[in-house]
Design a protein around this ligand. Structure first.
Ligand SMILES: [Cu+2]
Length: 117
């Protein structure tokens, strides 16, 4: 009985960690071009730090064949692109003021953030 309670508590702790505490690692944009993989339900990396007032270029490679992952939307920037399967697609971003900008797939299963600072 005690064992079952402990397992239950561990399971709850794991669920809390996964849904509320887990934050993906932030990638710092250093090179001219950064590659983002679209695979297994996540953008890798999904949090990207870029410099303020500096135009950049992100390269997306979609490995997920599901049609929903095909669309890439930056709602705040009014950018909507179609990602080919297994081929890199380069997306030019304008120079941006500081802030957080989101990007996601069509149904927002994939989502990521640009941190401009
Ligand atoms: Cu989707």
């Amino acid at each position: 009985m005690l064992i079952i309670n402990i397992v239950g508590i561990l399971l709850i702790a794991l669920i809390i960690w996964w849904f509320w505490l887990y934050r993906p690692k932030e990638a710092v944009f250093e090179q001219d071009k950064m590659t983002i993989l679209v695979e297994n339900g996540i953008y890798q990396p999904s949090r990207i730090k870029i410099h303020v007032n500096q135009a950049t270029r992100l390269q997306f490679i979609r490995k997920d064949a599901s049609p929903c992952a095909e669309t890439l939307v930056f709602p705040e920037l009014e950018i909507s692109e179609t990602l080919p399967l297994n081929r890199p697609k380069s997306i030019a971003l304008p120079a941006l003021p500081a802030g957080v900008y989101h990007f996601h797939c069509q149904m927002q299963m994939y989502c990521g953030e640009l941190h401009v600072e």
